[in-house]
Design a protein around this ligand. Sequence first.
Ligand SMILES: *Cc1c(COP(=O)(O)O)cnc(C)c1O
Length: 357
Amino acid sequence: MVTAEAVVDLEALRHNYQFFKNRCKASKVVAVIKGDAYGHGAVEVAKALDCADMFAVSRIEEGIWLREAGITQPVLLLEGCFCADDLTIAAKEGFETLIHHPEQLRDIETAELEKPIKVWLKLDTGMHRLGVHAEEVADYVDRLRASKNVDGEPGFASHFSCADDLNSPTTQSQLERFLAMTAPYPGEKTLANSAGALYWPEAHFDYARVGIALYGISPDENQTGKEQGLKPVMTLKSKLIAVREHKAGDPVGYGEIWHSGNDTRLGVIAMGYGDGYPRLAPEGTPVWVNGRIVHIVGRVSMDMLTVDLGADATDKAGDEVELWGNHLPVEQVARHIGTIPYELVIKLTKRVCKNYF
Ligand SMILES: *Cc1c(COP(=O)(O)O)cnc(C)c1O
């Protein structure tokens, strides 16, 4: 018997991928499945997206896991290879790689590869985390074009820092810098993440890289994915393991951080930070129980959390509850906790059983 489970709706996933194929009509859509597909299970997600143009991961091992599972589509390494050996593996596996610093360029120039590798030059357009500067681009392009290890023209990639904020002027300036830096060259371009794909059509270019929104989650914290036409992919469920009479004035849980103002019934749910549910979830964080929203009271512990069901509650031990998903948007839960949905879905531990349908 499974207690805590993350139900992953692969139909919803395919719906969301198709949503971006329609939204980015002239572009290919890269399904970003780093971090075990944001906690949804990379192999299962990749298998369900057999229609995907390309997958993207952050570490070479994530790409290897896909190949070992029989995934044959193109795979893009978002931060490139971190050493010469990885480059050899990437070429062998048919991965595409980004480069953003001189050692990676030198590795490409000096490697003996099984076959040439498609290379994307990462440009710093304002994020200032990774990427080459404007004045370095020409030298990188010349050297990549001269290398026998590079398959075709180098492509160009960059990343937005504020695309989820529609009022930020940064995105427009990143877009302009990207266009200026790539103007002399014919290579393919990729700039948009989920927020770029949703809100900045000028940024779609040849490939849109969609991560969080693929899972039905809005990159903009003031909206839910559902409001944008996406379907939530993950529903996190567990069960009530006790319903207890609770007296006015009594505390509950570690540190006695909450005392009830009135006589009530408390529900104890088998879900805690041992499952990846944040310990810092404050009083008032919503949980869906039997068709209504109730709220967390007291401290989240390793294996349990407590909710105030109300004095008239008829809920009983064994009833199913939803921590986020279909009835309760993960965006709303994240806002209460003071984090982003990305962190909630990716942090689930292996005690939470993933079930696919
Ligand atoms: C993670 C990542 C993405 C996807 O971002 P989302 O906000 O999840 O859509 C796109 N590009 C790069 C380089 C990334 O690291």
